[in-house]
Design a protein around this ligand. Sequence first.
Ligand code: SF4
Length: 258
Amino acid sequence: MKEKLERCFKIRLLLTGKCTAKCSYCHNEGQTKSANLLTLEYIKEIFGKLESKNNLPDEVILSGGEPTLNKQVKDIAKFLKSKSIYVSMASHIGHTDLLEPVLPYLDELKIHLDSFNHDEQLKSMGIPLENIINSINLAKKYPVKLIVNHPLINQTKTVEFIESARKMSLDCKIIEEFGNINNIGLDDVDWNKNGYFKYRCNGFKHVNSSHRLFLKRCDVSHDRERTLFIGAEGIRSKLEVKTSIKDIGKMDKLVTVI
Ligand code: SF4
């Protein structure tokens, strides 16, 4: 059992609580929306400790808030890459100039996008679609896996969204939000009828292309057994539990739990 859990050990680094988007459903990983920057220095300290215990994670997710607003994001990604860790980043990618320096050090970019319709996207997130398309075109020049994360809000619009993503060769992850606030769940959509067949747990493929679709329920049990959350506000083994960031000793306990 321990071996299995260690194989999927992930750390989500909450690089900042700040974000330039304005999604109404944002839970911001349980953080406040202040800047609260996580520093490279502190990350090095934590990863030095993990490495000495031979317990480096399989994947690190750079997250936030909006991680590109942390000026050290490139150096943080570069440091993690030097440890041969799979590095992914969850971002709204609305700031192409801030994204560009990080791209060489990313294995995967999880793009938060609400709509491929210009007006709807601006209304929903406050981030212009043109900025996101520019960032996607830039990212495609790098060997980075791209996936768009999309909240399930409206069945018809989500199906249209998936079709647009497929035309752009962007895999999708459809997320049922915390508490299913939109009263529509992943089980309410007939994925087969919309051209997708299940090929693995929560994974679907399009019948006539290589396009992939993943489904995720975002609830309070979200990744709790596999993911450690580290931010300037504390270290957590699950979203609702915080501990002092100054007490590195507690890290041992949290890692042992995982
Ligand atoms: S992009 Fe993410 S962090 Fe920013 S407001 Fe939207 S949900 Fe929150």
